[in-house]
Design a protein around this ligand. Structure first.
Ligand code: HEM
Length: 363
C-alpha cells in the first residue's frame, strides 16, 4: 500500500510545545509563586478552547441556515451540531467545580497581580453572544463604556462585524416565518387555535359558575384567574398588542414566527415536524445551559469575592447575576409553553394535511 501522506507525530500534530508552554503565572514572574495560579490559567484556557469549538459549530450552523430553503438533511446536521454544543456546555458548567477547588484565600495570593484582566475581556465569549443573537441595546451597561471597549483594540472591528451579520436568533426567526403549514390546504392553524382556546376558557368558566361546593367569593376569584389568563392569550392573538409587547422586550420573535413555533410544538408528533421540534428543543437547551453557566459563574464570583468589585471593575456578583436573566436570547420559547393546550383539544388537521406531514411532504 502506498503511503499518501508524510507521517505525523502526536506531539507536533497537537502543537504541544506552544500549548504547554503557554501557562505563565504572574506570581512566578513576580517571585511569589502561588500554587493555584496554574489551575486558574489552565481552566480559563480550556474554556477559551471550548469557546473556539462552539464558535466553529455555530458558524457552520449559520452557513447552513443562510440558504433560502433549509433542506431536511441540513436540518439534521444543524440539530446534531447544536447537540454537540449542548454537550460542551455541560462540561463548561462542570468545570466551575474544578475552579472552585481553589479557595478565596488562595485566590488572594495572586489576584492583585491580575488587574484589570477579566473574563469580561473575552473576545470569543462576546463573539458567541453576538452570533447567538444578543443585541447591543439589551446588554447591561458596564463601566459606562460600550462593551467592545474592553477588548483589545485590534479585536474591535471583528466584534462589530458580528453585530452586522445575521445571528442564529435571526436565522431561526426567518426559518420559522417560512413554515408552510400555518395556513395550508384548508387548515388555518391560527384561527382554529384561537377558537379552541376561547372555547376552553368558556367551558372552564361554566364549570366554575355551576360548581356546587365553591362559595361565591371562590367563584369570583377563580373566574378572575381565568379572565387574566384569557387576557394574556388575547395579547398573543392581537398583532398590535404583540408588537407593543415586543417593544418592551417581552417577546423577541416576529408575530408570524411565534405562530410557527407554537404550531411546531403543538403538532410535534407529526413526522415532518420532528426535526423542527428538536431544533426548538436544542435552542431551549442552549439558552438554559448558558443561563445556568452564567448563574454558576456569578455564584463562584460571589464565593470568591464576596462584595468586592471584579478585577474588570464591575459590581461583581450584582452585574453577573443581572446578566443571567437580561442576556437571554431564546426566552420566547420558554414563555410560549403558557399557550400550550392539551393534545386532545388540538384542532384536527384535515386528512390530506396530516398525510403530507407524515413524511410525504415535499414543498
Ligand atoms: C476565581 C474565578 C473567577 C472569578 C472570581 C470571576 C469573576 C468575574 C467577575 C467579577 C466578572 C465581572 C466583570 C469584572 O468586573 O471583572 C467576570 C466576568 C466574566 N468572567 Fe469570570 N470569574 C472567574 C472565573 C472565570 C472563568 C474560569 C471563566 C471562563 C472563561 C470566566 C469568564 C468570564 C466571562 C466570560 C465574563 C463576562 C461575563 C458577562 O459579561 O456576562 N470567569 N468574572
Amino acid at each position: 500500500m502506498t503511503k499518501p501522506y508524510p507521517s505525523v507525530h502526536y506531539h507536533d500534530y497537537l502543537q504541544l510545545d506552544p500549548l504547554l508552554s503557554a501557562q505563565l503565572p504572574k506570581s512566578v514572574e513576580y517571585g511569589q509563586p502561588a500554587h493555584e495560579e496554574t489551575l486558574f490559567i489552565i481552566v480559563h484556557q480550556v474554556y477559551e478552547l471550548w469557546f473556539k469549538q462552539i464558535l466553529h459549530e455555530v458558524d457552520s450552523i449559520l452557513t447552513l441556515f443562510s440558504a433560502e430553503k433549509v433542506s431536511e438533511n441540513d436540518m439534521g446536521l444543524v440539530v446534531a451540531r447544536l447537540s454537540r454544543v449542548i454537550e460542551i456546555q455541560k462540561l463548561l458548567i462542570q468545570q466551575i467545580g474544578v475552579m472552585e477547588t481553589m479557595t478565596p484565600l488562595d485566590f488572594l495570593d495572586f489576584r492583585d497581580m491580575l488587574y484589570p484582566a477579566s473574563g469580561f475581556q473575552s473576545h470569543q465569549f462576546r463573539m458567541l453572544e453576538n452570533k447567538l443573537g444578543l443585541k447591543r441595546e439589551v446588554r447591561l451597561t458596564y463601566n459606562s463604556a460600550p462593551y467592545e471597549k474592553s477588548l483589545k483594540p485590534e479585536q474591535e472591528s471583528s466584534i462589530l462585524d458580528t453585530e452586522k451579520q445575521k445571528s442564529l436568533f435571526e436565522c431561526v426567526n426567518s426559518w420559522l416565518e417560512r413554515t408552510p403549514f400555518l395556513d395550508y390546504e384548508g387548515f388555518d392553524f391560527w384561527n382554529q387555535y384561537q377558537d379552541t382556546v376561547k372555547k376552553i376558557f368558556k367551558e372552564d368558566s361554566e364549570v366554575i359558575e355551576r360548581h356546587e361546593f365553591l362559595s361565591d367569593t371562590d367563584k369570583e376569584r377563580n373566574l378572575g384567574v381565568i379572565k387574566k389568563s384569557l387576557e394574556s392569550f388575547e395579547a398573543l392573538f392581537d398583532e398590535e398588542k404583540y408588537k407593543q409587547a415586543k417593544q418592551t422586550g417581552s417577546w423577541s420573535l416576529s408575530y408570524k414566527a411565534i405562530h410557527a413555533a407554537l404550531l411546531i410544538q403543538l403538532y410535534r408528533d407529526q413526522p415532518a415536524l420532528h426535526l423542527p421540534f428538536q431544533l426548538i428543543q436544542s435552542l431551549i437547551n442552549i439558552d438554559e445551559h448558558l443561563t445556568t453557566w452564567r448563574y454558576r459563574h456569578a455564584l463562584m464570583a460571589k464565593r470568591m469575592l464576596g462584595s468586592k468589585i471584579g478585577t474588570g471593575g464591575s459590581s461583581g456578583y450584582e452585574y453577573l447575576r443581572s446578566a443571567t436573566e437580561k442576556h437571554r436570547v431564546f426566552h420566547d420559547f420558554f414563555q410560549l409553553t403558557t399557550f400550550f393546550i392539551p393534545r386532545h383539544r388540538l384542532p384536527k388537521m384535515p386528512k390530506e394535511v396530516e398525510h403530507k406531514l407524515g413524511f410525504q411532504f415535499t414543498s
